[in-house]
Design a protein around this ligand. Structure first.
Ligand code: GAP
Length: 442
């Protein structure tokens, strides 16, 4: 299945739009329409719950996107968050060096490599480092002293607040701090729809452990994180864990694993699990001059905890959910987004069969009964078949149809999206019938 089919459905049904479309678009930025926004919120809520509700020792925070610029010097992002790039002197195209040369860019024989765009050889420059952080200035004067960065990861906002959080919430090691928020990277080549963009959302959790207990914690979090994806309706056969080789490790990591998903364009990273050791806290201690150690009352020791990080991209999770849900039901000539009902943007559509005979009025009464429990929409436009198919594409798991029999015996039909099976249900049993079906969905 090609990603283009998903892109087209996303636009048609109001999931995702290209940014600034009326101006010809804006590179690698996307806007989320009504269904996309709700789906994205549902996913992040499940993650937030899994972290902060199901773990008594994990709390959530929300730090600023703009922070003290020294944070990014301490974290190593000013010096080390670079991609080596090469330029073609002939056609001015720019490429990440590792796209054109398989190995250490320093060793590349750039004179012998052909430019993929203009086809000339011998025109590529030596690789040059390019920092991925977006720079801005605080206040009206654009001078070096006023430089600030848009955060390239949410993690640092957790590190610089971790002692305040620990004290306020009286947490003991091991404990975790979770955060959901936007991050920004000036990606050279953004590609594959919302997979790699310049503005994206991260779901990050930093788990503070005693040094020596980090390897076990890494194992635990790898298991927990891969198991999480079943809650989003993602089959385990579409997921795998891949370890980073020594030459791939980020500057802060002692050990790193990616959770990869089989996207329509191949296996790619959706989440990273990293053992960051005490790298970040030690650097903040050095750069701020403030003690970053915890005090362990039981052992009477001060120490810098190690950090196990789980870091997922919300937009990538969303793309995985969209890819997994897309189903061409050729037997019935329809496209269905088979979202798990717990995350579907709309749970049910209420449809009076015709726009007369008192059916719309009864439909409105059904809306009032179901609305407090689920996200429902009212739809009376077009033939009932067209309405069902429209909702199938939107991934709405249930259709509630009010027909002439409803007026007589106060029942409706409950249509199940995937099987198209219809059950007759008493209106006063509708909420429990939907709840039960959602709980038993496979
Ligand atoms: N704090 C660690 C960190 O940021 P990362 O591997 O660079 O680690 C973590 O990023 C996750 O953020 C990735 O697994 C991915 O899901 C998401 N991500 C990173 N860059 C992205 C981009 N340009 N567009 C969309 N998501 C991105």
């Amino acid at each position: 299945m090609s990603i283009d089919k998903i892109i087209s459905l996303c636009k048609r049904r109001g999931f995702i739009f290209q940014s600034s479309e009326i101006y010809g678009g804006f590179g690698a930025v996307y806007d989320y329409g009504p269904l996309g926004t709700t789906l994205k919120n549902n996913i992040s809520q499940i993650w937030w719950q899994a972290m902060t509700q199901f773990h008594e020792n994990i709390v959530g925070i929300d730090s600023g996107i703009l922070m003290h610029p020294k944070i990014w010097e301490a974290s190593g992002h000013v010096d080390a968050f670079n991609d080596p790039l090469v330029d073609c002197k002939q056609c001015k195209a720019r490429y990440p060096a590792n796209e054109l040369f398989d190995g250490n860019p320093e060793d590349g024989e750039w004179d012998n490599i052909q430019c993929p765009k203009c086809g000339t050889t011998g025109n590529l420059t030596e690789p040059r480092q390019f920092n991925l952080m977006f720079k801005t200035h605080i206040g009206p004067v654009q001078k070096d002293a006023n430089v600030a960065y848009l955060r390239p990861e949410t993690a640092q906002g957790i590190y610089v607040n971790y002692l305040l959080t620990q004290n306020a919430m009286r947490l003991k090691i091991p404990f975790g701090i979770a955060q959901i928020g936007k991050a920004f990277r000036n990606e050279i080549i953004a590609r594959n729809f919302i997979f790699r963009t310049r503005e994206f959302e991260q779901l990050e959790m930093q788990y503070f452990v005693k040094p020596g207990e980090d390897d076990q914690s890494m194992l635990d979090w790898k298991d927990k994180r891969i198991a999480f994806y079943s809650q989003l309706g993602i089959d385990s056969s579409k997921l795998r864990l891949q370890e980073h080789g020594a030459d791939e490790l980020a500057h802060y990591a002692k050990e790193a694993w990616d959770i990869e998903f089989e996207f329509p364009f191949g296996w790619s990273e959706i989440e990273g699990i990293h053992n960051r050791t005490d790298f970040d806290l030690a650097r903040h201690q050095e750069f701020s001059g403030k003690k970053m150690e915890v005090f362990d009352q039981e052992t009477n020791e001060h120490y810098l905890p190690y950090i196990i990080e789980t870091s997922a991209g919300l937009n990538r999770m969303l793309l995985a959910v969209l890819s997994e849900a897309y189903w061409e039901d050729s037997k019935n000539n329809r496209v269905v987004m088979k979202f798990h009902p717990q995350i579907a943007p709309v749970t049910a559509a209420v449809c009076p069969l015709v726009k007369k005979d008192g059916l719309p009025e009864m439909g409105r009464k059904v809306m009032d009964i179901v609305k407090p429990h689920f996200k429902v929409i009212y739809d009376q436009q077009g033939s009932i078949g067209k309405r069902y198919y429209r909702q199938d594409e939107a991934g709405t798991p249930y259709g509630i149809t009010i027909d002439h029999q409803s007026l007589e015996d106060k029942t409706v039909t409950l249509r199940h999206r995937d099987s198209q099976q219809q059950d007759r249900v008493a209106i006063d049993q509708l909420v429990s019938a939907i709840t039960e079906s959602m709980e038993n969905y496979t």
